[in-house]
Write a protein that binds this ligand. Structure first.
Ligand code: SF4
Ligand code: SF4
Length: 321
């Protein structure tokens, strides 16, 4: 039976700092993040309970009652969904520590709140999920944070998932720390690393990131880009447009030039989340023009662009929803 749902409601799970959610997406008008378990800190999961919860959400979608948090989400699609209970879209967002201090970061802005949260290690749970075939390859595993590469269990986690045949992993990293496990998985063609740089020069980088690491990030972008040079490679350089800071063609040109020099072929583009949410219904065409500028310029250089949620919402006119 065809109905409106998404891959995360059907087969997704997200490890957050203190909860388990269906997904980590919050950019749309509904707000996202449908809770599967509150007060979670790395303990083993009662799968019967968790899938019962997921089934309730799925049942409502089947009846045409869209979960309010999903309203306006770009991931909704109408199709025949597989009814079996398993997870194959997994997100890791439970890390708090980071080696950058981005001005737009929610965790940096709410440092006191995050200081109170006790970090946990998801590896034992993931290992059990793999052994019991609750977690299966075939979807996507993504890593956000905090900064995943500085977590003690990070290298083990990547090696474990690689060993179990996961071929579609994606890591969001500050790019400040080089990870041998990332490079090895890129070499095998099973992982894409997205490096957040948001700038085309050292001065703007420092203004946004508030750390002195531009050269290190450029060097790591180059190493990851060269770990696998097949087709479009597996290193993506990400730029969040921040109004009045880096929202101009000059900075964007410098950014794209630096990616070309590193041997990178993929760009990712987004718009600063808080500003987007506040201004979503009145965003001027200047920003849509800027998004189109990146797409056109990348196309003329034989590069590809992935639009992240806010940029994609703007491009598809969904910011008005
Ligand atoms: S529709 Fe969007 S918000 Fe809802 S679960 Fe799917 S990805 Fe998350
Ligand atoms: S790299 Fe990510 S987690 Fe770290 S400060 Fe920047 S936005 Fe926050």
């Amino acid at each position: 039976m065809k109905y409106l749902s998404c891959r995360y409601i059907e087969h997704g799970m997200d490890f957050e700092h203190t909860r388990l959610e269906t997904c980590c997406f919050t950019c749309h008008s509904g707000g996202g993040q449908i809770t599967l378990k509150n007060e979670y800190a790395g303990e083993q999961i009662n799968w019967q309970e968790l899938f019962d919860k997921k089934r309730k959400y799925r049942e409502e979608h089947r009846k045409g009652n869209l979960t309010p948090n999903c309203k306006g989400c770009v991931f909704l699609e109408e199709k025949d969904w597989d009814e079996e209970d398993y997870i194959n879209f997994l997100q890791f967002n439970y890390w708090i520590a980071c080696n950058s201090k981005c001005t737009y970061c929610y965790e940096v802005q709410n440092k006191k709140l995050f200081e109170k949260i006790k970090p946990y290690d998801a590896v034992p749970v993931v290992r059990k999920m793999l052994e019991e075939k609750i977690l299966r390859p075939g979807g996507e595993v993504s890593f956000g944070g905090g900064e995943p590469t500085i977590a003690p269990e990070f290298e083990d986690l990547i090696n474990l998932l690689t060993q179990y045949g996961f071929r579609n992993m994606r890591i969001h990293s500050s790019g400040i720390k080089y990870s041998p496990a990332i490079a090895k998985a890129i070499e095998k063609g099973v992982l894409n690393v997205v490096i957040s740089i948001d700038s085309g020069c050292e001065k703007t980088y420092k203004k946004i990131k508030r750390v002195n690491a531009y050269k290190k990030v450029i060097e790591n972008m180059r190493k990851y880009a060269q770990a696998n040079t097949d087709k479009f490679g597996l290193m993506t350089s990400k730029y969040i447009i921040i109004p009045d800071v880096n929202d101009n063609r000059k900075e964007i040109d410098l950014w794209i030039d630096s990616v070309v020099k590193c041997g990178g072929k993929w760009l990712a583009l987004d718009i600063e989340d808080v500003w987007y949410k506040v201004n979503r219904s009145t965003i001027s065409t200047y920003y849509l023009d800027l998004v189109n500028y990146v797409i056109d310029k990348a196309g003329s250089l034989g590069m590809k662009v992935e639009l992240y949620d806010r940029a994609r919402g703007l491009k598809e006119g969904k910011n008005q929803l």
